[in-house]
Design a protein around this ligand. Sequence first.
Ligand SMILES: Nc1ncnc2c1ncn2[C@@H]1O[C@H](COP(=O)(O)OP(=O)(O)O)[C@@H](O)[C@H]1O
Ligand SMILES: [Mg+2]
Length: 287
Amino acid sequence: MHDQASALRVLASDENRKQNKMRVLAVTSGKGGVGKTNLTVNLALALAEHGQRVLILDGDLGLANVDIAFGLTARYTIEHLLSGEKTIEEIILPGPRGIGIIPGGSGVQGLANLERDKLTFVLANLGRIEKMADLLIIDTGAGLGHTVMNFLQAADDVIMVTTPEPTALTDAYGVLKTLRKEAGEVPIHVVVNRVRSEADAQATFKRLETAVNKFLNGSLNFIGWVYDDPLVGRSIMQQEPLGISFPESSAYRCIQWIAGTFAGIYLNPPRPASGVRGFLSKLLRSF
Ligand SMILES: Nc1ncnc2c1ncn2[C@@H]1O[C@H](COP(=O)(O)OP(=O)(O)O)[C@@H](O)[C@H]1O
Ligand SMILES: [Mg+2]
């Protein structure tokens, strides 16, 4: 039987895999408002400086969307893809440095409740983006929602963003606990945002690590921190990402440093990327 599901299986099959696999990086947090979107956007810019071709899937339904952070307005979102009105190529917004933005809109929530035949259509569309980029960064939105967990489970790497605030840490703990239960070994990299000093960052990471050690056993990777910097707020007001408006700011420098570490991981991955096809098959399995 030739249906969309079988088309997807062909797409996801091993013999169809290419050498150059796109990595999928999911950026998440326990609590909203900790700086996920700002990190996603500027990490994309900083990775583009390393020659990475980056796509962003905007899955955060928070106040500041990725398109707005770039000063762009999405005409079409993943909803148009879900309804079959548009193809993936038609909804991608071109951003600076070759970055492509896939606007999620309220369609991302719809992803979790899609009927199976529609889902395979969407996934087959997403499968075509593999040729367009080296890396897909998903701004997942906060918390323990079904869609967020599916994205985290299917990704090659997860970035957990927290601030030193106790509430942010408690919520990060909750997400990590659920994630570990449901997705064995996805590498989790922690970014501590809005710190006053390196010591502040180290102490915050230590607190999180101590709390999760019972079930994560030292497998959290502390990848870096970002200073609390008034220029972040200024760039958001100006609707121009920090990496473009204030590339010398202390916050962007921190993000460049994190990007450098990631670029190293991608050149010498401890674990091969499963590619967008691997991501799709894992995502499909979880529905
Ligand atoms: N490093 C930082 N320094 C100062 N303000 C920050 C920093 N990171 C984020 N913010 C502020 O926090 C708010 C929330 O950031 P955002 O990226 O939208 O969070 P999220 O996507 O997690 O909801 C923004 O208004 C931004 O100005
Ligand atoms: Mg956000």
